[in-house]
Design a protein around this ligand. Sequence first.
Ligand SMILES: O=C(O)CC1=CCC(=O)O1
Length: 92
Amino acid sequence: MLYHVRMDVRVPHDVDPARFEALKAEEKARAQALQREGKWRHLWRIVGQYANVSVFDVADHDELHAILASLPLFPFMEIAVTPLARHPSALD
Ligand SMILES: O=C(O)CC1=CCC(=O)O1
């Protein structure tokens, strides 16, 4: 199943900058591993915002939830998920 996911990162004002940089590096490694596995199909920055839109290709809601909850920045993100269905006019 395909899912459109928007992630807005909310950086706490009192977070230790070094800890947050480490979490960002861990997030990048995890995101790139999931892209290599074919589960994180698209990852785009929303211009001017600390946010992204992504497309995940996973088995079901439970797998998506497990992936999102495993992300190092999960505690600092607001996440909106939209399940996608095939559009009848789509060519591919
Ligand atoms: O910077 C973001 O949008 C949060 C994020 C998701 C994957 C990643 O590497 O950073």
